[in-house]
Design a protein around this ligand. Sequence first.
Ligand code: NDP
Ligand code: 1BO
Length: 320
Amino acid sequence: MQTARRGHRFANGDEMPLLGLGTWKSAPGDAYRAVKAAIAAGYRHLDCAAIYANEAEIGRALAELFAAGEVRREQLWITSKLWNDMHAPADVLPALRKTLADLQLEYLDLYLVHWPIALAKGVLAPRSAADLIPLSELPLAQTWAAMEPAVELGLTRHLGVSNFSAAKLQALHAGARVKPEVNQVELHPYLQQPELLASCRALGVHVTAYSPLGSGDRPGGLKAADEPVLLGDPVIVDIAGRQGVSAAQMLIAWALQRGTSVIPKSIDPGRMRENLAATALTLSDEDIQRIAGLERRRRYLDGKFWIAGGVYSLAGLWDE
Ligand code: NDP
Ligand code: 1BO
């Protein structure tokens, strides 16, 4: 059986498999079945989050897999994320403990601040300014200081962030007692973010690529009418065809060759196996050059959904 062997080694010796399974938009029953199929296929890295509303079913799948001896906890890398309405320091550890209870785990491998956005407690998605808390009132550094004890308490082995610009990451890193070790951001040929990758590398922060296939199953409200379909891009399709692989495999191989980890979502066992097999592919220098030419600075998750009421701006969110 093929397993996702290539990994990123952290300073403490822990290794995160570079290919993981995304779970956003996986309905609870699908997530349960997907985790079982993924582990059977050889996946050893799961990307979860409280807001995905499927951690309890993922936890049930994991508990059954452990009980059946299909895999051991220490063979897995499990990431989860703090949702934006739990940034207040008093809420951070309870949110992490809730995720652990749902996942039926003693510890996470990685816990991320999901977005550099603070929502009022109980708000999952903002509708007006009252739902949002400005970072001037609830600074990211305060949230981070409440995350740090989670490592000492053994609730997570590593901490990180997601959707952080280089400027926000540098500021957080400078003041952190426990340093962020991962930044999970959108990355694919239409949004290559070379400057952010270089900034993360300079800080020793590993980067995970999300929405690597273009997130085609996002809710319609998060889609733009004119958005390009990454999996159908003629250059990607052509390069994939020449190697006799799928466009999805080419996109995953490209992400891995850049040194990022990558977390394509699938609930289909065949596509999961296909995506895992991409870990064995190599792109030529010419392929890399051609894909470099696809850059469009195009975000599929552009963050517009945080801008309700003008508390946050897109320029301030992405620092660009
Ligand atoms: P992806 O780019 O992974 O695309 C998912 C879509 O691709 C689904 O429709 C899936 O369908 C389809 N797909 C999967 N494999 C193949 C294949 N081999 N061929 C054709 N289609 C395929 O989108 P996501 O936005 O879900 O990103 C991946 C993960 O990253 C998320 O699930 C989540 O874990 C994480 N993420 C994190 C964010 C953050 O803010 N930190 C934001 C967005 C994502 P099917 O399931 O039917 O196979
Ligand atoms: C707002 C979408 C978050 C996915 O991780």
